[in-house]
Design a protein around this ligand. Structure first.
Ligand code: SF4
Length: 310
């Protein structure tokens, strides 16, 4: 929040006391900048202007500027919080074509959030590494939702720092997901030679069709990880689950120009999971351009999770 603090803490405190806050402007949806310590303002509805719901404007700052506070609570159905010590990525698969993280990063850059000043270029934020240590409530955390920790521009040293934090935070469950199978496999082999990855750190690989899912399952089975999961979102073609992994997520692509997912593909994967006794989480589909969360498949929803979490 460096740039935001130009007004100084005392100024912010003065403003927080009341008389310098232009409440009327806030009600009109004008933007505010506030430091994180002003989180008491959240949830009061005072800033619920149409396009500025997450924006803040700081009357104490020398100039009025707009920034957006990054959201930590996640809308992703299978997790609770996101943690982004690295942001930015580059496409590495057909599934990346309409990357949601890229759209979000460019939007946050346009809105002036300093963390996204480089848009979607890989950028490390060591200052965010300790965030999970401060979250006392045990949570399901999706690390690097705006990046891929196993991107070639992220060093093993930085990955070590991320894993060090995850290892310490045993009260949380981390759901690490990557499309870069080979780098992930190599890294885990190096870090955990002869040992199992701590059970509260789940490792997932993203797959989007038959070929990628077979490859991902092969890699998962070689990993010494207690909870191995396969995320098939966006599902772009038929695929099978053939290995006894611990969890499968399925979802259709959403957003502009979303590609079609055939429900028959989902039915096959769910049947495979039932046969292998694997919990399955059917996250979303799109009907007539509208996203449906946790849709039904043949009369029921599938929101299953790895068994030892229940
Ligand atoms: S790997 Fe993930 S974050 Fe990176 S471009 Fe592809 S979809 Fe986006």
């Amino acid at each position: 929040m460096g740039e935001l603090d130009r007004g100084g803490d005392q100024d912010h405190r003065d403003a927080a006391l009341g008389h310098r806050v232009p409440w009327r402007a806030a009600r009109r949806g004008q933007a505010f900048i506030v430091p994180r310590s002003w989180q008491w303002m959240e949830g009061k509805g005072i800033l619920a202007g149409p396009a500025q719901r997450n924006a803040r404007h700081c009357p104490a700052a020398p100039e009025w500027r707009v920034i957006i506070q990054e959201k930590i609570m996640s809308k992703i159905e299978w997790t609770e919080k996101t943690w982004n010590p690295a942001v930015g990525c580059t496409p590495c698969s057909p599934a990346c074509e309409h990357c949601y993280a890229k759209r979000q990063a460019l939007r946050l850059q346009r809105m002036g959030l300093a963390k996204y000043r480089n848009g979607f270029r890989v950028t490390l934020h060591p200052e965010c590494l300790e965030e999970p240590l401060r979250w006392k409530k045990p949570s399901l955390i999706f690390p690097c939702s705006m990046s891929d920790l196993f991107h070639g521009d992220v060093s093993d040293d930085f990955r070590d720092r991320v894993f060090d934090v995850m290892e310490v935070c045993t009260w949380h469950t981390f759901q690490l997901l990557t499309k870069r199978y080979a780098i992930a496999e190599l890294y885990l082999k190096k870090r955990y030679t002869g040992k199992v990855v701590p059970s509260h750190v789940w490792i997932g690989l993203s797959a989007w069709d038959s070929r990628s899912s077979v490859e991902a399952q092969g890699v998962l089975m070689r990993m010494t990880v207690r909870t191995r999961f396969l995320s098939m979102e966006p599902l772009l073609g038929p695929a099978r689950v053939i290995e006894p992994i611990e969890w499968v997520i399925i979802g259709g692509e959403s957003g502009p120009n979303a590609r079609r997912m055939d429900e028959a593909w989902v039915r096959t994967i769910v049947a495979d999971c039932k046969r292998l006794n694997i919990p399955v989480f059917y996250k979303q589909k799109v009907v007539n351009g509208k996203k449906i969360s946790m849709p039904e498949l043949d009369g029921r929803t599938y929101g299953e999770r790895p068994r030892f979490l229940d």
